[in-house]
Design a protein around this ligand. Structure first.
Ligand code: ADP
Ligand code: MG
Length: 677
């Protein structure tokens, strides 16, 4: 007997019932016993004189009148009787549960759980508990049309009766003691049938720890494997050349840039695989760090690639690199979906021959016919936009290149630990000196005209402005219509003094580039755009940003957008135009006005909206935990991670007696591929 047994082992579970239970994902005893309630009903017995109107309570008493069943309408019924508690008599009605009639017998003592109606002195019953009710909490499960609460509870009870003794501990004893955790047996049982609130809390604590810990064990194992991969590449770059290159830059690196550059270079040199996430707020200077890493790779005789999500961004990185590498022999090319066939063929040939050192591009870069001669380093910018599979394809190209993922969307720590726990993380937590934080204001649509007028002052100083149009998720067509409307209005408002131009997602790439170029050259002062400019665009002379219907955007996205201003020496402003309908919406606008720190923004966003929304759990590979909550239980996650790390750091930990059960459990899990599908 063990928990992997099929639920058919229980009496009363045949083909039909097994099939029904499978609709809840319950196939084994383990599934059943860890199918925890999503809430509990407090069914402590109460006295009539202490309960409030509409409160849900359990009342115990003696039945003093026979139950009368009246039927009305189609399949509708009411069962009524009276009960006595002490000297008080009260009425009880059950709706549409005619079968309860047999359970109600005059002079017998019963307990009824239901909702109290103080005015009518009667209880609308939900269930009959029997007089010998022991637990104070009744579990409530997510069920469906084919499995009922009572069936489930009865099966779970039966499951525990037969299998309680075979529930094995999977956590090391040392951890149970250190954190005073309940045993697996106790915790599983108490998750269903806690005696009181305290026991429930203890059980939950243990279950959450277990979930996080097992996940972290698997994740840290993966990380260990990545690192230990000895046939990774050792990129022996030219230290002197790299120093000279860094010196030639038009500015000195910030301390944070220096630190992460060192971390990356250390990975490059080592024969272990680099699998590193570089996080840095917008404007923190990730591009130059990427350039240094690529330069190092090239001096070692390897090629490098930079992959970005949009053509505009690819174009812009290309320009930065051309400039940064101008005084070096590094040869860079750009490959995107709109690269002409002939040019493309040329690039591919040079790439294969090794003539080309660095390739910048969009997804076009991972197509099948793109082959490098000696790919040593792959960098992806804004990696959250690349699906897990695309990342994999790229890594499989060439000679197991080192991989650096860059992101400007700061990821809250709990999510980073979970989604990228197998990676090493470098953080640029400092902006280049002299930056003035962007002042952010939130206005209502009625104030828009006034604001547009005051923007004229800034425009008169020679500065430029972005106007971001609302995001309409349902339809790109509406996005465009909206943008066109805003564009026309602004043109009417500002012409002929200032030029307004329009950029949207439906435009051809060449058109987009031409418009970006006009804006960069200050031939137009106002750029109306849908979110195509979201990532990476760099026009330091633009000091104003107006975001229309700002409450339609996620906070991370607003923060990204805002990062487009505040890039030059002049003070910048970001104006959020929004009329949020609810408190969360208002709170979100407020947060934007209060901080310019991307990490703070993302933490707050996580609190307000939950991990799924913030992160898009589908594409990210963020696992779903059954009981644990990434936001509420973050502190337990930290502990679980630390413990898992320290175990993996022990030599040959797998053979130590304290971990026997854990090793066995993880092996089974791995065989089932529970974690990393
Ligand atoms: P992001 O991290 O958002 O990609 P960028 O790499 O685009 O940031 O850098 C933003 C701007 O800051 C660029 O104009 C870049 O040249 C400049 N920059 C980067 N590092 C420094 C530095 N250490 N000192 C001054 N300016 C810098
Ligand atoms: Mg960037």
């Amino acid at each position: 007997m063990d928990l992997k047994d099929s639920i058919r082992q229980l009496s009363g579970v045949g083909d039909k019932r097994a099939e029904n239970l499978a609709t809840l994902g319950i196939e084994t005893l383990e599934d059943l016993l860890s199918y925890y309630p999503f809430r509990y009903e407090d069914i402590q017995e109460r006295q009539l004189n202490e309960i409030l109107d509409q409160e849900k309570v359990t009342l115990k008493g003696t039945v003093v009148s026979p139950a009368v069943l009246s039927r009305f309408g189609y399949k509708k019924s009411r069962l009524q009787f009276r009960m006595m508690q002490g000297h008080d008599v009260f009425g009880v009605s059950f709706f549409n549960q005619p079968y309860l009639k047999d359970k109600v017998n005059v002079s017998e003592e019963i307990a009824v759980y239901g909702k109290w109606d103080a005015k009518r002195k009667s209880l609308t019953g939900m269930k009959i508990l029997g007089a010998q009710q022991e637990e104070e909490f009744a579990p409530i499960y997510h069920v469906n049309k084919v499995v009922r609460q009572t069936t489930l509870i009865q099966l779970i009870k039966q499951g525990f009766e037969q299998y309680y003794t075979v529930i094995e501990e999977n956590l090391p004893l040392s951890l149970l003691e250190k954190y005073r955790l309940l045993s697996r047996q106790e915790a599983m049982y108490a998750m269903h049938f806690p005696k009181n609130a305290k026991e429930h809390h203890q059980a939950k604590r243990r279950v959450i720890f277990e979930e996080f810990f097992l996940f972290q064990m698997a994740l840290q194992g993966l990380r260990q494997k990545e690192r230990a991969e000895v046939n990774g590449l050792a990129v022996h770059y030219d230290v002197q050349a790299l120093k000279a290159f860094t010196k030639s830059l038009p500015f000195e690196l910030t301390q944070a840039q220096k630190r992460v550059t060192n971390e990356i270079c250390r990975d490059l040199k080592s024969p272990n695989h680099m699998h590193r996430l570089l996080q840095g707020d917008v404007g923190s200077g990730k591009t130059v760090v990427a350039a240094i890493a690529l330069y190092a790779t090239v001096t070692a005789g390897f090629q490098g690639a930079l992959m970005v999500p949009t053509e505009i961004l690819a174009q812009q990185h290309m320009e930065s690199f051309v400039e940064l590498f101008a005084q070096t022999p590094v040869k860079v090319a750009l490959l995107t979906g709109s690269t002409k066939t002939k040019e493309r063929r040329e690039i591919l040939a040079q790439l294969a021959s090794g003539e080309l050192d660095v390739l910048v591009g969009t997804h076009a870069l991972i197509q099948e016919d793109v082959n490098f001669k000696r790919l040593g380093l792959v960098i992806t910018d804004e990696q959250h936009r690349f699906g897990v599979n695309q990342r994999k394809i790229l890594r499989e190209k060439g000679l197991k290149p080192d991989v650096l993922f860059m992101t400007a969307t700061p990821i809250p720590r709990t999510l980073a630990i979970t989604a990228y726990g197998e990676m090493d993380v470098s953080i640029i937590d400092e902006l280049p000196a002299g930056r003035i934080p962007v002042e952010t204001r939130w206005i209502r649509p009625q104030q828009l005209e006034q604001v547009l007028t005051s923007c004229q002052k800034e425009l008169a100083k020679g500065h430029q402005m972005y106007v971001i149009c609302p995001l309409i998720e349902e339809s790109e067509m509406l996005d465009v219509q909206n943008a066109v409307a805003v564009f026309e209005e602004l043109q009417a408002f500002y012409a002929p003094k200032y030029q307004v131009s329009l950029l949207h997602g439906k435009m051809k790439n060449q058109e987009k580039e031409a418009i970006m170029e006009t804006f960069k050259q200050n031939q137009s002062q106002i750029l109306v755009s849908t979110t195509v400019i979201e990532v990476g665009v760099n026009v330091p002379n633009a000091t104003m940003m107006l975001i229309i219907d700002a409450d339609r955007f996620g906070l991370a996205q607003l923060h990204q957008l805002r990062g487009r201003v505040g890039r030059g020496a002049a003070a910048s402003t970001c104006i959020l135009v929004a009329n949020p309908k609810n408190e969360v919406g208002k709170k979100r606008m407020q947060i934007m006005t209060e901080t310019t720190n991307g990490f703070v923004v993302s933490e707050k966003d996580l609190e307000l909206r939950g991990p799924g929304e913030v992160f898009g759990s589908r594409q990210s590979g963020l696992p779903e935990f059954a009981t644990a909550d990434l936001v509420a239980d973050g502190h337990i996650l930290e502990v679980a991670k630390t413990e898992a790390e320290s175990i993996w750091q022990k030599k040959n930990w797998e053979i130590l007696p304290d971990y026997t059960a854990l090793v066995a459990y993880l092996q089974v899990q791995q065989a089932q591929k529970a974690f990393f599908d």
